[in-house]
Design a protein around this ligand. Sequence first.
Ligand code: HEM
Length: 568
Amino acid sequence: MEDNFYTTVSNHSIPATSSWVASTWKAASSPNVVLALVLGPFIIAAITRYLSSRPSPQVGEEKSAWKVPYWIPFIGHGFSFLWDPSKMLREAKEQSPNAIFALHMGGTTHNIVSEPDLVRSAMAQRESTLSSHDVVWNVIQKFFGFPSNSKAKYFANWDELNTTYKYMLREPYLGQMLNTTVRNMERHICSMVSFVDTDIDLQPWERYAEASYVSDTETSLDLMKLMRDVMGHASIPAMHGNAFLDKYPEVLHDIYELDKGMLYLIMGLPAWTPWSPVISAHNARRRLWEALDAQQVAMDAQAKGEDPGDGWGDMEDVSPFTRNRNEMYRDKGFAIRERGELPTTWALIINSSLIVYWQILYILDNPSLLAEIRSEIEPHITIHKPMSIGRISEAPRITIDPEGLTTCHVLKATYLESLRLSAQPWSVRTVGTDVTLKGDNSNSNYLVKKGEYVTMPHDLHMRDPAYFSDPAKFDHERFLVRDEEGKITGTDMKTIRPYGGGPSLCKGRVLAERECLALVAGVLAYWDFEPDEGTRFRIPKQLKTSAVARPDGDTRVKVRRRKFEWDE
Ligand code: HEM
């Protein structure tokens, strides 16, 4: 037996393993096997393609989504989707004979819905039919890093958590938070650019925007980074109090780093992945948790009548929203590590600060629009004549009236058009029971099946030429409402959904709109900009992010303070 075992069948005196390799090689190199190996993948791909393109059986009157054919089993459209989701969706929509089409990715089926009537129907379904819970938890756990064993507590207190949003959405709290934000903006707008050539004397946002001294009246810097940080320095203290940003000045940049790594974190890539954006995202998230946890510890101590600790001060300026959430966490026994302040802090920063950049850039690119907006906002912005001693004078102060700005329809229309062009929001739901999404007539109803997903990429609709002519062009006129004489009487948001919809509709939408209008108006009233090179501003390509696009490169601009009447 032993001899047989070690003796090769081919009678040669080579070891058995080699003999096995040799025989396998011989078999593998036979023409039939080579043919099978070469043709196999093609045959599998062809069968997959055939099976995936078979129409779903129709149930009664109701159609189901058109399935976009694919070639690779299980992975389906995964690669082309990851490569360029916007292009892929646009092309699939163009080919689709139905108002809904379905993509297959990683064994899951996504019914892609973008027509306004069908989105409305989806948003109106009960949570048990189309649920956002699983998707929300997936993001909360994987992206924000919540402990996975807190899921039960999180959902047990779902209603209480949602109730706290009234401290952001409703008066008088909304007004309080907005006023604090706008007062911070007023201070930062006057000192936005310092025209010094020593790095140490620059404002933090100038350093981040890579400011480079041109002259005593002119500085060159990156517009996106500047606006992002100025907005962040106004809104973070309005939510968390001044001490928070003083103690943790890196919070803003950690939020940007975290956001850049969103996809990697959702894919579950660990911190040791040898790819720097993944490592940076993990590190940024750890530092953010440390900062937010420290604030919760300080607030807990203060609530017990104890000293909140070094550098926190009296925390009187922490918003009612953050205070109320801290109270709720204590009442419901949430451990420090289970408290969810990172998602709201991220949501506060990440979208508004980018929209402000896009809106300012689109306006600057159109000088007659800029002039129109400057005259429209003039009654609601006051620039105060500064005190002077000899030839030295302080920077003029600015006062912004956010309520008044809500009547500036052209300004508001440019905000809506910036959202239409730059926001990329998606709402995703899991299908709990078979459901019919109703279109505007019985011929446009669609059945979606339990276990699948309804995925609503709102940007697909917001750039659909069937609804928005010349969709890539910035044209704020499309949102203006005029009377018979052509006089502007208001704005109409039409069917855009930059804030998502249904139960997970953005809770900061009113605050976002008012703070964006205030910052854009304040900056345009106070500062002049010109492109650093050439005569036109470059409108950069957009990179896909969570909800508002990032530009694909720098927007270097030269900034000067505007000339006011007393300068003449
Ligand atoms: C222009 C700026 C903003 C845009 C475009 C935006 C967009 C969005 C989108 C698309 C969603 C998800 C909706 C869905 O799942 O259907 C969302 C959710 C949310 N946003 Fe905003 N947002 C903005 C500003 C803000 C601000 C300033 C805050 C203030 C903290 C905020 C707080 C939230 C919160 C708390 C949620 C989660 C709501 C929930 O799950 O119940 N957002 N936002």
